[in-house]
Design a protein around this ligand. Structure first.
Ligand SMILES: N[C@@H](CCC(=O)N[C@@H](CS)C(=O)NCC(=O)O)C(=O)O
Length: 217
């Protein structure tokens, strides 16, 4: 069955791979599933045709036959359920890997997104100077906890899983801030994720779309 995902025709990051289609591309590459990409403009994501696929007018979406999904957590979980390579066979190990996926989206990603909002979207607000250090400290706190748990392990719980794929994807957002480098084991963990052949293929595919075009800001 053909898989089609959506991505921005011009990612605001100009090809840094931070748009969320990259994590879906990565998951599909890990399990060896070919996919097509329908590129959409920011405006098109707010129009009825796209809103039928994604009620909140965001990317990415995922279509496979008569199945249409949105939300990267759900999409990556679906891919991991359908194909071998992203979730362990053992029931308890599988449940733990899924727990990590939830932890990424509910506990780790929110303060990281908040930092992006405080720095970029609210960058011209009078409270920025006071707010950014507060949010940075919230991010640091989560990273400290994650760093303590990971210690010197390669991955979060045994073999690489969808939990790692989601965690690395979210931590990558912190690279420009420098905060990640305060935690050498996490920086090395992210580098291990980026070094995976499947990630490199996913990154290259999104870059091929975005590098020739100026960022839209
Ligand atoms: N929780 C959603 C977030 C999706 C999301 O925010 N996508 C961004 C691109 S990475 C987007 O479409 N932004 C456009 C907008 O905010 O209008 C997911 O994980 O799929």
């Amino acid at each position: 069955m053909t898989i089609t995902i959506t991505a921005f025709e011009r990612s605001p990051d100009g090809g840094m791979g931070l748009a969320r289609d990259t994590r879906v591309r990565w998951a599909l590459e890990e399990v060896g599933q070919p996919y097509g990409v329908r590129l959409v403009s920011f405006r098109a994501t707010k129009e009825p045709a796209h809103l039928r696929l994604h009620p909140f007018g965001l990317i990415p979406t995922y279509e496979e036959g008569d199945l249409a999904l949105f939300e990267t957590g759900s999409i990556v979980f679906h891919i991991a359920q359908r194909h071998a390579g992203l979730l362990p066979d053992d029931g308890n190990a599988r449940a733990r890997a899924i727990t990590w996926m939830f932890a990424v989206l509910n506990t780790v990603e929110p303060p990281i997104l908040e930092l992006g909002t405080a720095k970029l979207l609210e960058g011209d607000q009078p409270w920025r100077a006071a707010r950014v250090p507060l949010v940075e400290e919230r991010v640091r706190n989560r990273l400290r906890q994650l760093s303590d748990r990971l210690r010197n392990a390669d991955w979060l719980d045994g073999a690489f899983s969808a939990g790692d794929l989601m965690m690395v994807s979210v931590l990558l957002r912190l690279k420009p801030s420098g905060i990640l480098n305060e935690f050498p084991n996490l920086a090395a963990y992210v580098a291990r994720g980026e070094a995976r052949a499947a990630y490199r293929r996913a990154f290259a595919a999104q870059l091929a779309t975005n590098s020739a075009k100026p960022p839209t800001g």
